[in-house]
Design a protein around this ligand. Structure first.
Ligand code: IPD
Ligand code: CA
Ligand code: CA
Length: 271
């Protein structure tokens, strides 16, 4: 068995180095491209950050797989997967809005055992290793004690694809807005999850995320005492189809809001 704490330390050093690469590109981008549409962007900063992360992992752990947003390296016999978003919050980055991060999760036999989410602008590094608690720059963080949805502050995000689910999600947005202190959309899911971990927010929901968006952040949140699940309360899909992430105390209250016939369309969707 590996020492997950030292793996988390290596992940943190790697995220910090990648964060410096992002800062080097901030405000100097030359190549901004749309992927699935005009709002789903990739830049030379995403790719440079990913190159650095991939090289560091391959040098240190040549037999580990890397599942990364732009280019993965899958080794079929590997028990360990690194799940990497080299730049989460690309749209913010392109517009020089300082809400973006490097997200690195580590999975052993498909269970997350370490995670790091690093915002280089504010030098904020959230980290966790299995059963070791969650930290922000070395200081322990915990979820908030708020136990009522009505007095909670929530986070969400929206997928790039604009289909019927996307439309219906705005109805859910209205309901959560009406039944809480408010909802924020900040633009980097990995950081959203860490903010719930640190007790700044009570809950987060989003659908059609990807494994690299949530792997590190949802693990950090659980290590901070929070809860993650599918929107119905079942096991969270590692692919991030329907993510519900809370301080634990308002989890059932959020599920109750979603559990209405008009939102069956989500339950019946893929995943
Ligand atoms: C996106 C961000 C955003 C979320 C999107 C993600 P990217 O990741 O996490 O907050 O709402 O669904 O795709 O494209 O900036 O890496
Ligand atoms: Ca992302
Ligand atoms: Ca990304």
């Amino acid at each position: 068995m590996m020492d997950w704490r030292s793996i988390a330390e290596f992940a943190e050093e790697t995220a910090r180095a990648a964060g410096q690469v992002l800062l080097d590109h901030l405000g100097k981008l030359k190549d901004i491209r749309g992927k699935s549409g005009i709002n789903d962007l990739v830049t030379e900063a995403d790719l440079a950050s990913e190159d650095l992360i991939t090289q560091r992992i391959q040098n240190r752990f040549p037999d580990h797989s890397i599942i990364s947003e732009e280019n993965s390296v899958i080794l079929p016999d590997s028990h360990i997967n690194w799940v990497v978003d080299p730049l989460d919050g690309t749209t913010n980055f392109v517009h020089q809005f300082p809400e973006f991060a490097v997200s690195i999760g580590v999975q052993y036999q498909n269970q997350t055992v370490a995670g790091v989410v690093f915002n280089p602008v504010f030098n904020q590094c959230f980290s966790a290793s299995l059963d070791g608690g969650a930290y922000l720059n070395g200081s322990r963080v915990k979820v908030s004690d708020t136990s009522e949805l009505a007095t909670s502050l929530l986070l969400t995000g929206f997928p790039y694809k604009q289909d019927e689910l996307w439309e219906t999600n705005y109805e859910l947005f209205k309901l959560f807005y009406r039944n809480s202190h408010g909802v924020r959309r900040l633009g980097a899911a990995s950081l959203d999850l860490c903010y719930v971990a640190a007790g700044r927010f009570e809950g987060f929901w989003e659908f059609n995320l990807q494994s690299w968006d949530i792997c590190a952040g949802e693990f950090i949140l659980r290590e901070a005492g929070g809860k993650t699940s599918d929107w119905g309360g079942g096991k969270l899909s590692p692919k991030g189809f329907r993510v519900l992430a809370t301080n634990g105390k308002i989890h059932q209250q959020m599920i109750k809001v979603i559990d209405q016939p008009e939102f069956d369309i989500f339950r019946n969707s893929i995943g």
